[in-house]
Design a protein around this ligand. Structure first.
Ligand SMILES: [Zn+2]
Length: 153
C-alpha cells in the first residue's frame, strides 16, 4: 500500500515536471495511431459504463433493501439487461432512449438517483414489458376506432 502511494506521488511529480513534453508526445502519438487510439478510447468507455452501471445498480438495490428485482407482472427474477422500467405515465418518457438500461450505464449516480426516484413506473421483464405495451396499444385501438393507424393494419 505504501509503495503504491509513493509510486503515485513520483508519477505525479514526474508528470508535473514534464507536462509539456508528455502532452506533445500524446498529441503526436494520437495523430500517428488514430485507429489504435479509437480502439483504446472505446475500451475505456466500455469500462466507464460498466463501472457506472455497477455503482448505480448497487445503490438502487440497497435503496430498495433487496438483493434482486422481480418482474412485477410474472414475478420472475430478472437482472440487467432483461429488466425493463415501464413508464406508467407515458408523458415522462422523453424518447426511445429514455430507458432504465441507459440510465444505469450513462448517468452519474446523482443524476440516476434523481431520474429513478422522479419517474413513475414499475419493473417488468422484457417479455412482460412487450406484452403490456401490446395490450395498451390494442385497447387504445378499440376505444378509438377512428385511429389512423387502423388503415395500416
Ligand atoms: Zn415478467
Amino acid at each position: 500500500m505504501k509503495n503504491s502511494e509513493a509510486l503515485k506521488k513520483w508519477q505525479k511529480n514526474y508528470y508535473l515536471k514534464n507536462k509539456d513534453r508528455i502532452k506533445a508526445y500524446a498529441i503526436k502519438w494520437k495523430k500517428e495511431n488514430k485507429r489504435r487510439y479509437v480502439q483504446i478510447k472505446v475500451k475505456s468507455m466500455a469500462k466507464t459504463k460498466k463501472a457506472r452501471r455497477d455503482k448505480n445498480l448497487a445503490w438502487f438495490l440497497s435503496y430498495l433493501g433487496v438483493d434482486k428485482i422481480l418482474c412485477s407482472r410474472c414475478g420472475e427474477e430478472k437482472t440487467y439487461p432483461f429488466l425493463h422500467f415501464h413508464h406508467s405515465d407515458p408523458s415522462q418518457k422523453i424518447n426511445l432512449f429514455d430507458s432504465f438500461n441507459r440510465w444505469v450505464r450513462y448517468m452519474k449516480l446523482e443524476e440516476f438517483k434523481e431520474k429513478i426516484l422522479g419517474t413513475k413506473g414499475c419493473f417488468l421483464c422484457n417479455r412482460c414489458h412487450t406484452k403490456t405495451h401490446f395490450e395498451i396499444r390494442t385497447s387504445r385501438k378499440s376505444i378509438t376506432p377512428s385511429n389512423k393507424r387502423r388503415k395500416h393494419d
